[in-house]
Design a protein around this ligand. Sequence first.
Ligand code: SF4
Length: 384
Amino acid sequence: MALTKQLPDSFELGPIRPPSEAYSLLIRVTRNCPWNRCKFCHTYKGEKFQLRPVEEVKQDILTAKAIQDRIKEISWKSGYGGRVQEAARVILNNPPNQAYYNVALWLYAGGESAFLQDANSLIMRTNELTEVIRFLKQTLPSINRVTSYARSKTAAKKKLEELKELREAGLSRLHIGLESGYDPLLQYMDKGVTAAEHIEGGKKVVASGISLCEYVVLGLGGKKMWREHATQTARALNEIDPDFIRVRTLTIHDRMPLYNELENRDFTRSTDEEILEEEKLFIEQLECHSNYVSDHITNLLQEIEGKLPQDKERMLAIINRFQALSPAERASFIVGRRVGIYVQLDDLYDWHKQRAVEQVMHKLSEGSNQIDDKVIYSLMEGFI
Ligand code: SF4
């Protein structure tokens, strides 16, 4: 396909990106997930995996550039003197399509980061992925950070030299869904990877110099496997020693295979308080040097963040503080958090927020102030 053909007004976007890539330019290099079997994941279910031809991806990059140039033009024409952030803000208020919205948001944030979608870009041939990254950086030279999702198994299969080649081309960070380091749980969830493969893939990424972010799902072990999930996940991460550990809490939707296990009572969910006990055990066992990040709305206590090992005691103290609250205060915090009123523990002492939560609790419990766990789960899932 000739790259000089008239550019369209839009380019292809995949469904998700990590929370930390909210302001990245999104370039879809593959479609959907080549594995697509994890029980706790609904994102690509029913969708077929496809590699996209490199020329097609390049065309999208050129379209992103054309949109960027148009936004710059708008900046001059609207009297912003070429200040692209001002023009980007105007576009964000009324974007003609999602591609414009993405480019405007990216420019608004400084235009430095790009995220390659979808679930496992590493599955591309290394020479093709390298070509895409180089083309992206040449076409949009303000980009100095390129990140993507990958599967551990695919990373384990790549040669270390290939990963280094990708780093040299400009791949800055890989986001990998470790989810758990406990083999029976990985198998139960049909993750398609063992703890040993997680460790092999993760260590290879670290050795290549590409920054690594490993994701963990709190609550994934449910009531049966929570303890092993916490300890074995920490053990795997201690071996990998990634730059970032990001936690998010299990949510279950009817589009996930795990929903059926829940319905037939094969899987029993842990409550918020049980998950916090699990997180405590998990953090206690961590002996690595990672940044622990809790940037997902599903996490009960997002304030549990820090650099390991030095912040470990401070992080654990947050959990202890919650656990030392009275049962009524803990119940209030959980509800307030799940309806979006409370953000952190200190909010419990904000009188206005406290009143608002009391009213919600009264309504949800129909006056009894006893709220069923199922109601809490549905409130949490309402955010996703
Ligand atoms: S590998 Fe990732 S994207 Fe694919 S099904 Fe599993 S969790 Fe979902």
